[in-house]
Ligand binder design. Structure first.
Ligand code: ATP
Length: 348
């Protein structure tokens, strides 16, 4: 799709969005509430008309094709099952609408229930099932026609965390089994990182970065993506030197360190991202460390979550394992923090 625009009155909900999706890809639209994810999905589904740009499927424009003829499978946040039909009838509904004969319908429904591990619930009605089971029925209904493209709008957000995580894995496996293109909408960055081949991050109606989960996390293109995806420390620093993809910087506390950079800027101030789990702490000062004063320390089971202030006043969030049984530092303790050049990324 290219140059997609959608206005509600004067308000620009989707602003010049271009996105090429490879067949078979699992691609996620990730962004905060109101960033335009659902609007974009609805434009692709055909529920709304676009104001500008074009959407092509296999090279053909689909603007004038009605929703039911686009051939997309769809799953929504609310399961939207027919309450008066059994699971079998719900899943078979698209086949009956398409005029499939009884034998084909029965076979395809049985296969799909098997894939979604729902066979034992075939004769139940939706009200006799849990939220997770109902959402699996909705997914089964969306894939029963084996569509080339499945659109999913926050399908797991009504489920509790454990269930969400187990259906995330099921959905990934299902994607491998079916080979369909999946376009998935979520505001949950963890979900996007776990499931996607690529993530398109949206902010205020625009795509601000499209990349693999690893690159979105390690090499965010700007401050918004760095803060929205994962926890981040943004450290302000003065550029000392730039050599190719490496930069030497000095922060307010006087800590001189190297960082990776694809930024065009090579003088003045820069904003540097250091993820909390990439910071090493020690009780001893080292050649390459900065002293920090602990302002908060929490024991979270497998990890310690520490907040500590550098001399320049900036606070660092640190997540480290309790492997050395060093115990929880006390508020006011002075520790020494450091990070490696490959753990540090200069934002453009
Ligand atoms: P959420 O995660 O909360 O669902 P979203 O990223 O999916 O958010 P959209 O639902 O696409 O966001 O909304 C994008 C913007 O467009 C929002 O500011 C919303 O208020 C506005 N909007 C959406 N639908 C309409 C409408 N029918 N009329 C006017 N404004 C709308």
């Amino acid at each position: 799709m290219s140059g997609i625009t959608k206005r509600y009155g004067q308000f620009l909900a989707v602003d010049d969005v271009s996105l090429n999706i490879t067949p078979g890809e699992f691609i996620t639209l990730l962004g905060p509430s109101g960033s335009g994810k659902t609007t974009l999905l609805n434009l692709i589904a055909g529920f709304h008309k676009i104001d500008g740009g074009q959407i092509l499927v296999d090279g053909r424009p689909i603007h004038n094709v009605p929703t039911h003829k686009r051939g997309f499978g769809m799953v929504f946040q609310s399961y939207a099952l027919f309450p008066n039909m059994t699971v079998t009838q719900n899943v078979g509904f698209p086949l009956r609408m398409a005029g499939a004969d009884r034998e084909t319908t029965e076979r395809r429904v049985a296969e799909t229930l098997e894939i979604m591990r729902l066979s034992e619930h075939a004769q139940k009605s939706p009200s006799q099932m849990s939220g997770g089971q109902q959402q699996r029925v909705a997914i089964a209904r969306a894939i029963v026609m084996r569509p080339k493209v499945v659109l999913m709008d926050e399908p797991l957000s009504a489920l509790d965390r454990r269930l969400r995580e187990s259906i995330q894995i099921e959905l990934r496996d299902l994607h491998q089994t079916l080979g369909s293109t999946i376009l998935f909408v979520t505001h949950d960055q963890g979900e996007a990182l776990t499931m996607s081949d690529r993530i398109a991050v949206l902010n205020a109606g625009r795509i601000v970065q499209i990349d693999t989960p690893v690159n979105i996390y390690r090499h965010p293109s700007n401050r918004f993506v760095a803060s929205f995806v994962g926890e981040s420390n943004l450290v302000e620093a003065e550029i000392v030197q730039k050599r190719g993809d490496m930069m030497t910087l000095r922060n307010k506390a006087g800590y001189v360190f190297n960082a990776q950079s694809r930024s065009a800027i090579d003088v003045g101030r820069a904003m540097v991202l250091v993820r909390p789990e990439r910071i090493t702490i020690s009780n001893e000062a080292g050649a390459n460390s900065v002293p920090v004063k602990v302002t908060s320390a929490l024991f979270l089971g497998e990890i310690l979550r520490i907040e500590a202030q550098m001399e320049g006043g900036e606070t660092l969030l640190i997540r480290c394992t309790d492997s050395g049984h060093r115990g929880l530092p006390a508020v006011g303790d002075v520790l020494h923090a450091s990070w490696g050049a490959s753990d540090c990324w200069v934002l453009s």
